[in-house]
Ligand binder design. Structure first.
Ligand SMILES: CC(C)(COP(=O)(O)OP(=O)(O)OC[C@H]1O[C@@H](n2cnc3c(N)ncnc32)[C@H](O)[C@@H]1OP(=O)(O)O)[C@@H](O)C(=O)NCCC(=O)NCCS
Length: 196
């Protein structure tokens, strides 16, 4: 599947960052960040080498759901954006098509603690609601991943599910999981949006 993000005027700029769809030229930069232990610890995929990561990124389904975060021209992280259908009764399923966005984030630890991930994710909300027209944005994380759910709360997202021991972590065992969400009716553009 190739996700269509042509409704967005790329590149998108915020106060400090540039967001754009990933290309295969970004693989080395993204791999460098993903291999940092404190980042890799929370990610869903485990790759033994860059070639296998490159193979995954070459899949259009993966490539078109990855946005690169640039600071001063350098890749400092990436965002996940997947637009999906909401659950619906079959006779109204057409109206539920492409109404949900699932989002995620990775930031190079060298740039943590300055609000950069929040700035990028806030713009991702704007892209999802304004440009792509979804009605609901959701994000998931391990409950132990406090930096990630704190980011969701800074975005104004609501914790909707605290699932007990539903997610298996590669070293920590069965962990609780959080789901956060925000409806378009609850969202207002933040001050960090440059309105690109
Ligand atoms: C999750 C992750 C992106 C959060 O990074 P982060 O640096 O904490 O988030 P931000 O860049 O938004 O920075 C927020 C921090 O900077 C501070 N900050 C400074 N200036 C700020 C500003 N202008 N705006 C917002 N926060 C600011 C905040 O207070 C916050 O610090 P605190 O948590 O001590 O209160 C990062 O930890 C990461 O990449 N983790 C590994 C990958 C991962 O877990 N991904 C998610 C999988 S579900």
């Amino acid at each position: 599947m190739t996700q269509d993000l042509s409704a967005v005027a790329w590149p998108v700029r915020t106060d400090r960052l540039t967001l754009r769809p990933a290309t295969l030229d970004d693989v080395a930069a993204l791999w460098r960040i993903r291999r940092i232990p404190s980042v890799h610890e929370w990610l869903g995929h485990d790759f033994s080498d860059e070639a296998r990561f490159a193979e995954m990124m070459a899949d259009p389904d993966r490539l078109t759901t990855t946005l690169v975060i640039e600071l001063d021209g350098a890749v400092v992280g990436d965002l996940y954006l997947r637009v999906t259908d909401a659950w619906a009764q079959s006779d109204v399923a057409e109206q539920a098509r492409n109404t949900v966005a699932e989002i995620g984030w990775v930031l190079d630890p060298a740039h943590e603690g300055r609000g950069l991930a929040t700035e990028a994710a806030r713009e991702l909300l704007r892209i999802s609601f304004e440009d792509l027209g979804v009605r609901r944005v959701k994000a998931l994380c391990f409950a132990d991943n406090e930096p990630s759910w704190r980011l969701m709360e800074r975005l104004g997202m609501r914790r909707e599910e605290h699932a007990r021991a539903d997610s298996l972590h590669r070293t920590k065992g069965w962990l609780d999981g959080f789901t956060y969400a925000l409806l378009v009716s609850e969202w207002s553009p933040g001050p960090s949006s440059a309105g690109a």
